[in-house]
Design a protein around this ligand. Structure first.
Ligand code: G3P
Length: 222
């Protein structure tokens, strides 16, 4: 299973990459706009992200027509080999997915909320489909059962599109996505940090170090 960071924040990306557990990054217009306010321009920010991250980096189009999405997608792709063009799950989006696939440009169909949408974007050639689990939980639906259903539907027909679990809000989402067999979970840095924490690890390490401090260090062989 791949872990992507769902952020455009350079410090978070640099830190995550240094842990050796970040396989890629996803962004969206909300995340990018947060980093641009009074700081830098889009191209500089994105180029920086693309140099830090070796794996796929999703950059979202803001056009709503297929032609506009394709043109934006081509421009985004020129920024780096690891760019994945994020396309909204709409009819215009399907048309754009098809064209971008024919141009060998990788895509991420975003804002997927149903199995049928996941099937449509897979048929249109999306590299990744991004179901938003947290936003379904927000409206009292079970986001994770959608992931289970999409996994089953894709496996029934050997679709190659990867399931990229998005709108991840807490570590349980990540664990459940892994157990279901999702291909990728993208998460905010805050959730990523929590994956490594366990109170028994901290307690155990504290005790080891306390016991070690008690011994006579002159008896050490090295
Ligand atoms: O990048 C898309 C998705 O992960 C956004 O998550 O928390 O805004 O629903 P959220």
């Amino acid at each position: 299973m791949k872990f992507f960071l769902d952020t455009a924040n350079i410090k978070e990306i640099e830190e995550g990459v240094s842990w050796g557990c970040v396989d890629g990054v996803t962004t969206n217009p909300t995340l990018i706009s947060k980093e641009l306010v009074g700081k830098t321009d889009f191209k500089t920010l994105v180029k920086k992200i693309l140099t830090i991250v070796e794996g796929p980096v999703s950059l979202e189009v803001t056009s709503i027509t297929a032609d506009g999405m394709v043109e934006e997608g081509k421009k985004l792709k020129k920024l780096g080999n690891n760019v994945v063009v994020k396309i909204p799950t709409t009819i215009e989006g399907l048309k754009a997915l098809k064209v971008l696939k024919s141009l060998n440009i990788k895509t991420n169909a975003t804002l997927v909320f149903s199995v049928n949408q996941a099937l449509m974007v897979a048929k249109a050639g999306a590299t990744y489909a991004s179901p938003f689990v947290g936003r379904l939980d927000d409206i009292s639906e079970d986001g994770m059962s959608l992931i289970e259903d999409i996994r089953e539907a894709y496996d029934n027909y050997d679709f190659e599109t990867k399931i990229l679990v998005a709108s991840v809000r807490h570590p349980i989402h990540v664990k459940e996505a892994a157990l279901i067999g999702a291909d990728v979970a993208t998460m905010p840095f805050d959730v990523f940090k929590k994956l490594i924490n366990h109170p028994k690890t901290e307690e155990g390490l504290k005790r080891f170090l306390e016991d070690w401090a008690k011994i006579d260090k002159s008896k050490l062989m090295f």
